[in-house]
Design a protein around this ligand. Structure first.
Ligand SMILES: Cc1cc2nc3c(=O)[nH]c(=O)nc-3n(C[C@H](O)[C@H](O)[C@H](O)COP(=O)(O)OP(=O)(O)OC[C@H]3O[C@@H](n4cnc5c(N)ncnc54)[C@H](O)[C@@H]3O)c2cc1C
Length: 451
C-alpha cells in the first residue's frame, strides 16, 4: 500500500470489504488538488481532523497560463507545483497520488486506484469532490485524435510540439499545397482559451520565429479561429467582444463566427460546408465535468456537473460537498462561472463550513460568490476586463492582467520564473521553450538501423 494512504487510513483492499473505522478523529477526504481542492485543504489547516487530498496527478496546474506553455512562452514547471508540498506546510494533511473511481455514500467510503498498488478503499467523515472539468467534443470523440484540447501540461506540450513540427514540415516539403496545409492552424472555439491561444500563436509566428527559417516565412501562416456562436468571447460584454475581434484581425487571425464544425480529420476541418486544409487543428471549444459528480447519485446538469444546494452539498448529504468546476450552482438568475476565483471561493467555503461544524458551530450561511471580474489577454500589450458595469481594455488592463496572474501563481518560485520569462520575451520577442521532445528510443533500435 502506498505509504500516504496507509498512514491516512485504516483501510482495506478490494477483498476486505468496507473499511472499519479505528479513527481517533474525523477524516475529511478531498478529491482533486486543483484550485478548489487546495483552497478547501487550506481552510481546514487549524482543524482537529485528518485531511486527505487525493489527486491522480502529482501536481497542481495554473491553467490560466497553459496557453503560454502551448506556445513556448513558458515551460511546464513554470506554471505547476507539486501537490505533495502541502504536507510540508500543513501538519494535519496527507497527499495521496491515486485516481478515485468510485464513491459509496452509504458506507462513507471511496475507492481509489493507486498506481502500481491497485484499488484501495478509504473511509471518510466528510467528502469534498473538486475534480474539475475535462475537454468535451460534444459527442464527436473521434475529433480528439486530430484536434488536441488544452487541459493538462501534457496537452500543452503536445500542442507546442505540433505547432513547431508543422513548421518544420512546411520548411522541408517541396509540395506547395502541403506547405500551405502545414502553415494553416485552425482553433475550434473562440472562448478565452481559443482567443488567448490564437493571439499568442500569431505573435509567435510573426515575431519570435522571424528569420528562423530560410525556406519559409512563418509570418505567412494562416490562423483561423472558428466558433459556432455569433461572436468571440460570448460570456463577455458585446462591445468588448467586438474590440477583441478587431484586435485578433489586426494580428492577422481570420475570425469565423456562426460556423459549425462538421468534421475534423488528418486533412483538416470542414466547417460550415467549407473544407479548411490544416495539419494542426486545436480544440478549445467544450468542457464536461469529470465522471465523479455523477457517481454521487444526485442530479447533474447537461455537462455532468453536480447540482448542489446553497451550501454546496448534494441534496440529502450534508457531509458531501461538490466544489469548483464540478459543481453547478445559480446565484440569482446567473450561474456561478467555471473560473479559478469561483473554484477557490467554493473550496474555501466548504473547508470553512466543515471546520465550523467540527468546532460545534451549527449556523450555516449559504455560499455567496464574489465576482472580482473577468479578464482575457489578446497577445502582447492588450487585455480586456469586465467587472460589474466596468469595462476596460488596452495596455493598462494588460499590465493589470500580468500583475494579477503573477500574484496568483502557486509558489514564489513560479512567480520568479514566470516574471523572468515574461521580461525576457517582452524585451526580445523570443520564447525559450521551443522544444519538440524526441520520441523515446527503443533499446537496440540504433544498432538495428546501423546494420
Ligand atoms: C486552458 C484553460 C485556461 C483557463 N483560463 C482561465 C483564466 O484565465 N481565468 C480563470 O479564472 N479560469 C481559467 N480557467 C478555468 C480554471 O482553470 C478552472 O475554473 C479551475 O481550474 C477550476 O478549479 P477546480 O479545482 O474546480 O478544478 P481543476 O483545477 O481542474 O482541478 C481538478 C483536479 O482534480 C483532479 N482529478 C480529477 N478527477 C480525479 C479523480 N477521479 N481522482 C483523482 N483526482 C482527480 C485533477 O487531476 C485536477 O488536479 C482555464 C481553464 C483552462 C483549461
Amino acid at each position: 500500500m502506498n505509504a500516504s494512504i496507509a498512514q491516512a487510513s485504516e483501510d482495506t483492499g478490494p477483498q476486505s470489504g468496507v473499511a472499519v473505522s479505528h479513527r481517533t478523529r474525523p477524516r475529511v477526504v478531498i478529491v482533486g488538488g486543483g484550485f478548489a481542492g487546495i483552497a478547501a485543504a487550506r481552510a481546514l489547516r487549524r482543524t482537529d481532523a485528518d485531511v486527505v487530498v487525493i489527486d491522480r496527478r502529482n501536481h497542481h496546474i495554473f491553467q490560466p497560463l497553459l496557453y503560454q506553455v502551448a506556445t513556448a512562452v513558458l515551460s511546464p514547471a513554470d506554471i505547476a507545483a507539486p501537490i505533495r508540498q502541502l504536507e510540508a506546510s500543513q501538519r494535519n494533511l496527507s497527499v495521496v497520488l491515486a485516481e478515485v473511481a468510485g464513491v459509496n455514500l452509504g458506507d462513507r467510503t471511496i475507492e481509489a486506484s493507486v498506481p502500481g498498488v491497485g484499488v484501495r478503499t478509504l473511509g471518510f467523515d466528510f467528502l469534498i469532490v473538486a475534480t474539475g472539468m475535462r475537454p468535451s467534443y460534444f459527442g464527436s470523440d473521434q475529433f480528439a485524435r486530430h484536434a488536441p484540447a488544452l487541459k493538462t501540461l501534457g496537452d500543452a506540450e503536445t500542442i507546442c510540439a505540433r505547432i513547431l513540427g508543422a513548421l518544420e514540415c512546411a520548411a522541408t516539403t517541396d509540395d506547395e499545397i502541403e506547405r500551405s496545409r502545414q502553415m494553416t492552424f485552425v482553433l475550434v472555439g473562440a472562448g478565452p482559451s481559443g482567443v488567448e491561444l490564437a493571439a499568442s500563436l500569431a505573435h509567435m509566428v510573426k515575431e519570435t520565429l522571424r528569420g528562423n527559417f530560410r525556406r519559409i516565412n512563418p509570418s505567412e501562416c494562416s490562423i483561423v479561429l472558428l466558433d459556432a456562436s455569433s461572436r468571440v468571447l460570448p460570456t463577455f460584454d458585446e462591445a468588448l467582444s467586438e474590440k477583441v475581434t478587431r484586435r485578433l484581425t489586426s494580428l492577422g487571425i481570420k475570425v469565423m463566427t456562426g460556423v459549425k464544425v462538421e468534421n475534423i480529420d488528418e486533412k483538416g476541418v470542414i466547417a460550415g460546408g467549407t473544407p479548411i486544409p490544416s495539419a494542426t487543428v486545436l480544440w478549445t471549444a467544450g468542457v464536461a465535468a469529470s465522471p465523479l459528480p455523477k457517481m454521487l447519485g444526485g442530479k447533474t446538469d447537461r455537462a455532468g456537473r453536480a447540482l448542489v444546494d446553497p451550501f454546496l452539498n448534494i441534496v440529502g448529504a450534508p457531509d458531501v460537498f461538490v466544489v469548483g468546476d464540478a459543481a453547478s450552482i445559480m446565484q440569482g438568475d446567473r450561474p456561478v462561472p467555471g473560473v479559478a476565483q469561483a473554484a477557490i471561493q467554493q473550496g474555501r467555503y466548504a473547508g470553512q463550513l466543515i471546520a465550523d461544524q467540527l468546532k460545534g458551530r451549527q449556523v450555516r450561511r449559504p455560499f455567496h460568490y464574489f465576482d472580482k471580474g473577468n479578464m482575457a489577454v489578446v497577445g502582447k500589450n492588450y487585455a480586456i476586463l469586465e467587472r460589474g458595469s466596468l469595462r476596460t481594455s488596452g495596455f493598462l488592463t494588460w499590465l493589470a492582467w500580468a500583475f494579477v496572474h503573477i500574484l496568483a501563481l502557486p509558489q514564489l518560485q513560479n512567480r520568479l520564473r514566470v516574471w523572468g520569462q515574461w521580461l525576457w520575451s517582452y524585451v526580445t520577442d523570443q520564447r525559450s521553450s521551443r522544444l519538440i521532445p524526441e520520441p523515446p528510443r527503443l533499446p537496440g533500435a540504433e544498432a538495428k538501423g546501423a546494420s
